[in-house]
Design a protein around this ligand. Structure first.
Ligand SMILES: Nc1ncnc2c1ncn2[C@@H]1O[C@H](COP(=O)(O)OP(=O)(O)OP(=O)(O)O)[C@@H](O)[C@H]1O
Ligand SMILES: [Mg+2]
Length: 278
């Protein structure tokens, strides 16, 4: 299996480690034997075809679905082996953007972002409003506090969702298809925001995306889930996978839509790669 850029310090455990994870709905196994690590401060992308189990994997990593087998470790600490209360505490460190976006339509953007702050902090309404404004300005939505989700564009809704995920200052983000359905410019804006979360706030980010432009722009490391064999086929930096993987499925996935012929310069190490044509 090609190794990625996730240079793990020999002493410190990885920020996240998924170990022998089998995921099932009832008797139906979605994926089996997933094992991979996410290094601190990297952007880790979960790739795979539609229905392969990417969102399901994310739900296992944020505590919404208990594994049929295996565990997830954060800084070496068991997540699913912990009791409910301890696990709840661990999830406070997570910022989550769900695939369906899910801003409350009856609430303004400031109210949406204030919701977790009201629930989990002792801040006054005035302070909550201030934090909401700050988070909105961080995603380029300063001044939109009193807008309702229906009054802003899809790209702005995604950014507002990201602002809400940032509300409690998490240090790990889980983002499910953050740029799905966006035009290339909005999608690029969102990718830049995700890179900023990593570079400025030093957060660790796990993102599900099947958009090649995003994958090659943001991913330091990745895992590919194969719906056919129901397990992972590879882990590594997508550019390295494209250059080195002999697996035709991975090659096909990473060369859809004209990326063949060097649009994504293979073998470029992680960091802030240039975007391939899209
Ligand atoms: N609540 C559920 N109960 C039973 N089966 C489910 C449930 N949610 C998802 N599945 C099944 O699990 C499989 C994986 O679904 P999942 O949503 O994780 O895929 P995905 O990779 O995120 O797909 P997409 O790219 O379309 O978002 C699919 O076959 C789906 O039908
Ligand atoms: Mg999904």
């Amino acid at each position: 299996m090609p190794s990625g850029s996730s240079a793990q310090a020999a002493e410190a455990p990885p920020r996240i480690r998924v170990v022998d994870l089998t995921m099932a709905y009832g008797d139906f196994v979605i994926m089996h034997d997933l094992s991979f690590s996410v290094a601190r401060g990297e952007i880790f992308v979960i790739m795979g075809g539609s229905g392969s189990g990417k969102s399901t994997l994310l739900r296992h990593m944020i505590g919404l679905i208990r594994p049929a087998k295996g565990d997830v470790f954060f800084d070496g600490e068991t997540f699913w082996g912990a009791d409910d209360e301890a696990r709840q505490l661990m999830t406070r460190r997570f910022g989550v953007l769900y695939q369906s976006g899910a801003l409350w339509s009856s609430m303004t953007l400031a109210e949406n972002i204030g919701l977790p702050l009201g629930e989990f902090t002792d801040l006054t309404p005035g302070q909550i409003r201030e934090v909401a404004s700050l988070k909105l300005s961080l995603v380029g939505l300063g001044g939109f506090e009193d807008f309702y989700p229906s009054e802003i564009s899809g790209g702005m809704q995604k950014r507002a969702g990201l602002a809400r995920a940032m509300a409690l200052d998490p240090d790990i983000f889980f983002l499910d298809e953050p740029s799905a359905g966006l035009d290339p410019v909005s999608s690029r804006l969102l990718d830049d925001l995700i890179l900023e979360l990593r570079d400025s706030l030093k957060c660790t980010i796990v993102a599900v995306t099947h958009e090649l432009a995003s994958i090659f722009t943001i991913a330091d490391d990745s895992v590919y889930l194969d719906g056919e064999t129901r397990t992972m086929l590879a882990q590594g930096n997508p550019r390295a996978l494209l250059a080195e993987s002999k697996d035709p499925k991975i090659h096909a996935f990473l060369t859809r839509g004209g990326h063949e012929g060097g649009a994504a310069p293979a073998g470029v190490p992680s960091g802030r790669p240039t975007r391939g044509t899209s």
